[in-house]
Design a protein around this ligand. Structure first.
Ligand code: BG6
Length: 489
């Protein structure tokens, strides 16, 4: 199993608060199970599911797990004795201090039963509104410190704006030390995202190119063809800027723009990422285009508009598309625009980072060649069809002088087995105590600071685009929107 570094795991109890959640069923249980059957976890994998559900028993939880595993992969129909022997459930009732005390007692019982040394992971697979009370409850029951190590895992969104993120961080730090906290941004668990570090820092030829002298612009695109159906309750309160840009796209930006870390460890890498975030000037509202999809078609299939999705207010002006421009104001990047683009119901699903280089300072081909410079572009395709491409010019054979754009192409699938799920990597890192791929408290706050001027646009600023288009027309005019057909193949 891959991860940023090689790990040693110690026996521990894995406690999931929000054990009946969609996240638990769709992501966590399948990832934990795969890690176990693939042999990545050598210690016993004992899981205590916790939720407010009254009357739910160990056996109910085991059934839920079996169903979730088969739903994730029909090949998981034979889970053997694992579900019965290693999965437990504890109700947290109304979440009173007594309920947390009962949780603490159950944890001790299980640790004795399985001869565990008191190392504990507390994974909050909960709606954000429950974070603060749950963290406080764990602290009051003394569960922030155990006989061994204790780790707290928090899912995004980390706050809703700068003030709420600061409050959440402050309250978390009242109970847990930052060295215990693992804030998940699942993009950091993707192999191709981690590969950005290896590509940049294990291949010396790129370092001199990675500079304002040679880079004209950087565009980070996360395009999704799915809409917001099924998650309207969350999405309509959130929108694309909070849901995608403040976290996933910003994390991709930090890995693209960061300086070489002094070491390949969590503190060195996270310190460089935080420096990039500090150097980004808050976004100017006039550099942001917002969109919302209306009825259209994807792959020839008619799809409803956002306001027609179940659970969305018919007059909602939540943005489902954002394109914006940022500047990293440091010596390396001053003046180079970083474009961040994301949207739902775009024609295709892909995530790409395109680094566009400058044209030659002098164009020596006139009058023999009528064309103009077509810049070199290095494109990292994070998903799907993971790999990278370098676009460059060649002379077409014969006369008259003609240039043709060609690509050097690398694809993971041609060399490696299917890449692991991001959650497998992240879960393994949590168990091993490696914080490299987790977002530090200050990173979250710096990121919210960047977007503060652009949160909550006025309704008139949210422009319609038909599902199946590349966003509203204005995004194309204010962006160097690369031709996706050229970048992604
Ligand atoms: C989630 C967002 O964090 O990331 C979703 O809440 C989005 O809206 C998803 O669809 C995209 O993740 P991935 O891994 O499918 O690109």
């Amino acid at each position: 199993m891959t991860s940023v570094r090689n790990h040693h795991l110690e026996p521990h109890l894995f406690v999931v608060l929000g054990a009946t959640s969609d996240l638990m069923r769709r992501k966590l249980l399948p990832a934990l199970y795969r890690l176990r059957i693939e042999g990545a976890i050598h210690t016993p994998l004992i899981i205590l599911g916790v939720s407010r559900k009254a009357g739910f028993t160990d056996a109910d939880f085991q059934d839920l797990a079996r169903e979730a595993l088969v739903a994730a992969d029909p090949a998981h129909s034979e889970t053997g004795p694992w579900c019965d022997e290693c999965l437990y459930f504890q109700s947290l009732g109304a979440g009173s201090p007594e309920d947390f005390q009962a949780l603490a007692a159950r944890i001790q019982t299980l640790e004795q039963k399985h001869s565990l040394p008191g190392n504990r992971v507390f994974y909050l697979a909960l709606p954000p509104a429950k974070f603060m009370a749950t963290i406080a409850g764990l602290g009051q029951a003394g569960l922030n410190q155990g006989p061994g190590w204790t780790r707290l895992v928090v899912e995004k969104p980390f706050g809703n704006d700068l003030a709420s993120a600061q409050a959440l961080n402050a309250q978390t730090h009242d109970v847990f030390d930052e060295s215990q906290v693992y804030r998940i941004d699942h993009y950091l668990g993707k192999e191709t995202v981690q590969n950005l570090l290896v590509f940049r820092f294990a291949n010396a030829i790129f370092e001199p190119l990675w500079h304002r002298n040679l880079v004209k612009s950087v565009q980070i695109t996360v395009a999704e063809s799915l809409g917001a159906a099924g998650r309207a309750g969350y999405y309509d309160q959130t929108g694309a800027l909070r849901d995608m840009v403040q976290n996933h796209l910003t994390q991709l930006l930090t890995l693209t723009a960061m300086e070489v870390p002094v070491g390949f460890d969590a503190e060195s890498i996270r310190a460089e990422k935080a420096k990039v975030l500090r150097a980004i000037a808050p976004v100017k509202p006039e550099h942001v285009t917002y969109g919302q999809y209306v009825r259209g078609a994807i792959d020839g299939q008619a799809v409803p508009g956002y306001q027609e999705e179940p659970g969305v207010a018919p007059d909602s002006h939540t943005e489902t598309f954002v394109a914006l421009k940022l500047f990293v104001e440091n010596w390396r990047w001053e003046g180079v625009p970083f474009y961040l683009v994301t949207g739902k119901r775009l024609p295709r699903r892909f995530t790409q980072i395109a680094v566009t280089f400058r044209c030659p300072p002098v164009w020596v081909f006139e009058p023999h060649y009528a064309g103009t410079c077509s810049p070199n572009v290095l494109v990292f395709t994070v998903q799907p069809d993971e790999g990278f491409d370098l676009k460059f010019e060649v002379k077409a054979p014969g006369e008259p002088l003609e240039f043709k754009t060609q690509r050097l192409r690398y694809r993971y699938a041609e060399e490696f087995a299917p890449l692991p799920e991001a959650y497998e990597t992240l879960l393994l890192d949590i168990m091993a105590g490696d914080q490299t791929l987790f977002v530090r408290a200050d990173e979250v706050e710096w990121a919210w600071r960047i977007y503060a001027p652009a949160l909550d646009p006025p309704p008139a600023a949210v422009l319609p685009y038909p599902a199946g288009a590349w966003g509203p027309a204005r995004a194309e005019s204010c962006m160097e929107w690369p031709d996706p057909a050229l970048l992604y193949r």
